[in-house]
Design a protein around this ligand. Structure first.
Ligand SMILES: [Zn+2]
Ligand SMILES: [Zn+2]
Length: 293
């Protein structure tokens, strides 16, 4: 009798241990999307018609005070966003498309692939210079650059439904171009942010159609803001970016109080996917914005 009880307890303990092992082995989220709205200055976006993003922030977690790196320019900031490090480490100081130059640090995509080559990674950019981030072997798919918001949305949405990628970058480029042409906060740029918002809604719909919504987190952010017809300075209009989390495990209506930097996107994505964050990263996972219990 005693022996039987002992065996029963042992059996229960084994079950608990197996369950615990399974629980730690599963990623917190199987699908992470880093979505960058180029030139997305929060002080402009708050005056725009962006009901989808607003709802995502309301039902999710948000900081409207996140900071990019200096200089606040597209390529250098996106490299930080996806390499998890500041400029002194990634050493990308140029902002043009220079195909002969290579990236000498790892990316969140390369790290995900290094852990498990079955991680499906995808890259949708609006500017060809961003392919610098596409390290050899790190992407299952790199789409050709689409400048128009509708085009990048359509390509990404179609791909999501067909392939259910695990780690995806999607870049809305046009809002920056509209800022340079018409000014940050101009009616033209505001219409551009509204189009991006429609795009966000379509991307989430694609995630639902793919059947992965329960396992998905959106990280919606920007490379930099802007003022007048430019950006690149260290003033708040240029440096401040949004950082909105929506999806699995995200706290509802949570205002992120801690300092968020552009390179925290890479770290948070890896943490969600249960990939070790390299020691070399400056970025940290914003774990306080999640509640997985
Ligand atoms: Zn930019
Ligand atoms: Zn620009």
């Amino acid at each position: 009798m005693k022996q039987y009880r002992f065996a029963k307890i042992l059996f229960s303990l084994t079950l608990v241990a197996l369950w615990a092992a399974a629980a730690t082995a599963a990623p917190l989220a199987k699908h992470v999307f880093i979505i960058s709205i180029d030139g997305g200055a929060p002080y402009v976006m708050k005056d725009c018609d962006m009901p989808v993003l607003e709802k995502m922030a309301e039902n999710g977690a948000a900081s409207w005070e996140a900071q990019t790196i200096f200089p606040s320019v597209t390529l250098i900031a996106h490299v930080s966003m996806m390499t998890g490090v500041d400029v002194d480490k990634h050493k990308v100081t140029w902002n043009g498309h220079e195909p002969d130059k290579t990236l000498d640090v790892t990316t969140c995509f390369a790290e995900a692939k290094a852990k498990d080559e079955n991680f499906h990674t995808a890259f949708f950019t609006g500017k060809d210079k961003l392919v610098l981030i596409d390290l050899p072997g790190s992407m299952n798919h790199t789409e050709k650059p689409y400048y128009e918001t509708e085009d990048v949305t359509e390509a990404a949405a179609e791909y999501i439904v067909a392939n259910k990628p695990n780690l995806t970058f999607i870049h809305f480029a046009k809002t920056d171009g509209l800022g340079h042409k018409h000014g940050w906060g101009s009616d033209e740029q505001k219409a551009g942010f509204n189009a991006v918002d429609t795009g966000l809604g379509k991307l989430w719909k694609a995630v639902e159609e793919a059947g992965i919504a329960d396992e998905t987190v959106f990280i919606i952010t920007a490379d930099h803001g802007g003022h007048k017809n430019t950006h690149g300075s260290n003033q708040p209009e240029d440096m401040t970016i949004p950082w909105v989390l929506s999806g699995k495990g995200v706290k509802k209506g949570y205002s992120i109080a801690e300092d968020v930097k552009v390179y925290d996107s890479a770290a948070t994505a890896l943490w969600l996917l249960d990939v070790d964050i390299p020691d070399s990263f400056d970025g940290k996972a914003i774990t306080n914005a999640f509640d997985f219990n």
